[in-house]
Design a protein around this ligand. Structure first.
Ligand SMILES: NC(=O)c1ccc[n+]([C@@H]2O[C@H](COP(=O)([O-])OP(=O)(O)OC[C@H]3O[C@@H](n4cnc5c(N)ncnc54)[C@H](OP(=O)(O)O)[C@@H]3O)[C@@H](O)[C@H]2O)c1
Length: 284
C-alpha cells in the first residue's frame, strides 16, 4: 500500500482540482492546496493553503515540502515552463497525477492539434523524470456547458451551433475520483486513463436536461457556426475553431463512452442529467 500522507493540489481552485481537494480531504490524507491568490481561495476546514504560481516554478518549492504526491492541472503554459515545473516537482516528491487531455495521441511523434500538443509537452518531461506518473486524459467536461448559464439566467432559450453534436461529457467529480485513486492507492503508475462520461448526449438534449433540473423547459435555437464563433468568449480565441470543429465532427460521429471511471473507482460515471441537477443553481 502506498505511503501517501500529504498531497499538493495544483489547480485547487479549478473545477476538477476543487473536487480533488474535497474528495482527498474525505480520505483523511493531508491536503495542501496551491493558489496564486491564497487570500481569495476558500477550502474545507483542515486544508492547508500554499501560495505559488506555475509560471514561477521556484515558488512551488516551499509548497512541495513534505509532499508525497502532486495533482497537477496544466493551464496550457509554454514548453519551457513545463520542463522547469516538472524538474522542481520531481526533485521533491515521488508521485504525480496529471490532468492531461484526450486530445493527446500516442501514435503521433508530433501532435496534430494545439491542445494535444500543450498537454504532450508536459507529459514528455514527466515520463523522463523518474516520477511515478498517471495521466488522466479526459474528453469534454460538463463544465463547458456553463457557457449557457448567461442565457438561462435571463430566459428560456439557449442559442448555439451544432445542436445535434453528441458527446460524452464528464462530471468533474468523476475525474477527481479517478485522480484520488491514482494519488492515494497503488497500481496506477504508468497508466494513461482515457476518461468520458457515461453516455453520449446531443447538445440539444443537454439543454433539455438543464431545463429539467431547473423545473422549466428550455428551447434550443440553432445558430450558424459564424454566429456561435462570435460568442465563444469562454474559450481562448486560438482554440475556438478547434472546439467548433470537434462539435461538427460529433454530429455524424457521436463521442463513444469508455468504462475507465467505473474500472478505476468501482462506480459508473455520473450522467449529464445528474451534473445538471448538481449545477442547477449555476443556471438559475
Ligand atoms: N474543458 C474540457 O473539456 C477539458 C477536456 C480535457 C482536458 N481539459 C484540461 O483540463 C484543464 C482545466 O481543468 P479545470 O477545468 O479543472 O481547471 P479550471 O477550472 O479551468 O481552473 C484552472 C486552475 O488552474 C489554476 N492556474 C491557472 N494558471 C495558473 C498558474 N500560472 N499557476 C498556478 N495555478 C494556475 C487556476 O488557479 P487560479 O485560482 O490561481 O486562477 C485554477 O485553479 C486544462 O488543462 C484543460 O486543457 C479540459
Amino acid at each position: 500500500m502506498a505511503d501517501i500522507n500529504r498531497v499538493l493540489v495544483i489547480g485547487a481552485t479549478g473545477h476538477v482540482g476543487g473536487q480533488v481537494v474535497s474528495q482527498l480531504a474525505e480520505t483523511g490524507v493531508a491536503v495542501r492546496a496551491l493558489a496564486r491568490k491564497p487570500e481569495a481561495a476558500s477550502f474545507a476546514a483542515g486544508v492547508e493553503v500554499a501560495p505559488g504560481d506555475l509560471t514561477q516554478p521556484e515558488t512551488l518549492i516551499p509548497a512541495l515540502d513534505g509532499v508525497d504526491a502532486v495533482y497537477l492541472t496544466w493551464p496550457l503554459l509554454p514548453a519551457a515552463a513545463a520542463d522547469s515545473v516538472v524538474e522542481v516537482i520531481a526533485g521533491r516528491t515521488g508521485r504525480i497525477v496529471l490532468l492531461s487531455s484526450g486530445a493527446v495521441r500516442d501514435d503521433l511523434e508530433k501532435q496534430d492539434n494545439p491542445i494535444g500538443e500543450k498537454h504532450a509537452m508536459v507529459e514528455r518531461p514527466i515520463v523522463a523524470s523518474g516520477l511515478a506518473w498517471t495521466f488522466l486524459r479526459p474528453y469534454g467536461f460538463a463544465t463547458n456547458t456553463l457557457e449557457w448559464a448567461a442565457q438561462t439566467r435571463v430566459g428560456d432559450v439557449v442559442r448555439g451551433a451544432y445542436g445535434a453534436a453528441s458527446m460524452t461529457l464528464l462530471h468533474e467529480a468523476d475525474i477527481a475520483a479517478v485522480a484520488v485513486r491514482a494519488l492515494t492507492t497503488d497500481g496506477h503508475a504508468g497508466a494513461r486513463y482515457v476518461l468520458t462520461g457515461s453516455a453520449s448526449l446531443r447538445r440539444i438534449d443537454q439543454v433539455a436536461a438543464i431545463g429539467a433540473a431547473l423545473g422549466r423547459p428550455l428551447a434550443w435555437e440553432e445558430l450558424t457556426r459564424e454566429q456561435a464563433r462570435r460568442h465563444m468568449d469562454w474559450v481562448p480565441a486560438e482554440y475556438a475553431d478547434l472546439v467548433l470543429d470537434g462539435y461538427a465532427a460529433m454530429v455524424d460521429a457521436p463521442g463513444q463512452p469508455t468504462s475507465t471511471v467505473q474500472d478505476v473507482t468501482g462506480s459508473p460515471a455520473r450522467t449529464y442529467a445528474q451534473w445538471a441537477v448538481d449545477h442547477a443553481a449555476d443556471f438559475a
